[in-house]
Design a protein around this ligand. Structure first.
Ligand code: PEP
Ligand code: MN
Length: 336
């Protein structure tokens, strides 16, 4: 349920209303916008009589929210959420590119790629330390050492680091990570989501291979329910009957997510396509559809990459595409 208050109500009246609502044992989120104050009520609101709320003199209107996602719903928070990582903002017109290799392989590799993507205009460095691989015999990532090497690359370039968590057991290793990624395969690892709800770091939440948009929003709701409201949603393609691409980029997810949620939306054209030649068109389409950021795989030697070489751009190709990305983003009125 959302309760929209009249403009500038006296604090005493707000306190009285909150006090009255407390008896219903619901969580109350207060969102103060420039002109309006909204109370978002989450929990069992069935006992709250809508007309009694409406009758309070500071209440402008009351609405029941039918959707199962509440905190991430734009009805609860009409303004776009901005995620600010050491001054680098994503959301509400702030557009960023996150780039780097699929996997962190060596110090030289990650530092070389970090410097190259920074020179081309990327503002965040990605790199997998814990890798979710289909085969147990494939490269599993450098694990804790991979995170140390990412920190080294951050020291050399200043780029905040984004890396994927696969298990709750590794959470302590992520203390120094700037943005924690939850990969497609863990989108519905609810215990992991609950724990990330208690941490004070931005979470890049990827859509699962076969999950609906609503399921993605419900996973974000888990993180919010724990108290962490720094979540970014990532469309990375879903599995379909198509074989010419690794996945099918669901471009409609972008405007839908922007419409129904206030959270920033990121697109990963690399994992969506699985091939380098589609990274540019899918990037441009994503920006045109309203994406707030892109996450792109770049490797200094894609042919010999330990994972996802087929979809990884060389630093040179990335630099060229960045020119087009910047033009499209500024055409869409974004700040880079
Ligand atoms: C990745 O970003 O390296 C990754 C494994 O992505 P996804 O979870 O989208 O497959
Ligand atoms: Mn990858």
């Amino acid at each position: 349920m959302i309760v929209i208050l009249k403009q500038d109500p006296p604090q005493k009246k707000i306190d009285e209303l909150l006090h009255w609502l407390e008896d219903f044992h619901v969580n109350i989120n207060i969102v103060k916008g420039a002109h309006t104050t909204i109370l978002g009520l989450v929990g069992d609101t069935s006992k709250i009589d809508i007309e009694s709320v409406q009758a309070k003199d500071i209440v402008e209107s009351v609405q029941r929210v039918q959707e199962p996602y509440k905190n991430v719903n734009r009805k609860f928070h009409p303004d776009d959420t901005i995620i600010d990582v050491h001054g680098e903002k994503i959301g509400e017109g702030h557009f960023k590119v996150i780039a780097g290799p699929c996997s962190v392989e060596t110090e030289a590799q990650i530092c070389q790629v970090a410097k190259a993507v920074k020179a081309s205009g990327a503002k965040f460095l990605r790199g997998g330390a814990f890798k979710p691989r289909t085969s147990p015999y494939a490269f599993q990532g450098l694990r804790a050492e991979g995170i140390e090497l990412l920190s080294e690359a951050r020291k050399e370039t200043g780029l905040p680091i984004v890396t994927e968590i696969m298990s709750l057991a590794h959470l302590d290793l992520f203390n120094d990570v700037d943005v924690i990624q939850v990969g497609a395969r863990n989108m519905q690892n609810f215990e992991l989501l609950k724990e990330l709800g208690h941490c004070d770091k931005p979470i890049l939440l990827k859509r699962g291979l076969a999950n609906t948009i609503e399921e993605l929003l419900m996973s974000a709701e888990y993180i919010f329910a724990g108290g962490n409201n720094k979540v970014m949603l990532c469309e990375r393609g879903v599995r379909t009957f198509e074989t010419m691409t690794r996945n099918t980029l669901d471009i409609s997810a972008v405007p839908i997510l922007k419409k129904v949620s206030h959270l920033p939306v990121i697109v990963d054209p690399s994992h969506a396509a699985g091939r380098t030649d589609l990274v540019k068109p899918l990037s441009l389409a994503s920006i045109a559809a309203g994406a707030d950021a892109l996450i792109i795989e770049v490797h200094n030697d894609p042919k010999n990459a330990l994972s996802d070489g087929a979809q990884s751009l060389t630093p040179e190709a990335f630099d060229t595409i960045m020119g087009d990305i910047k033009s499209m983003a500024s055409y869409m009125g974004k700040q880079l």
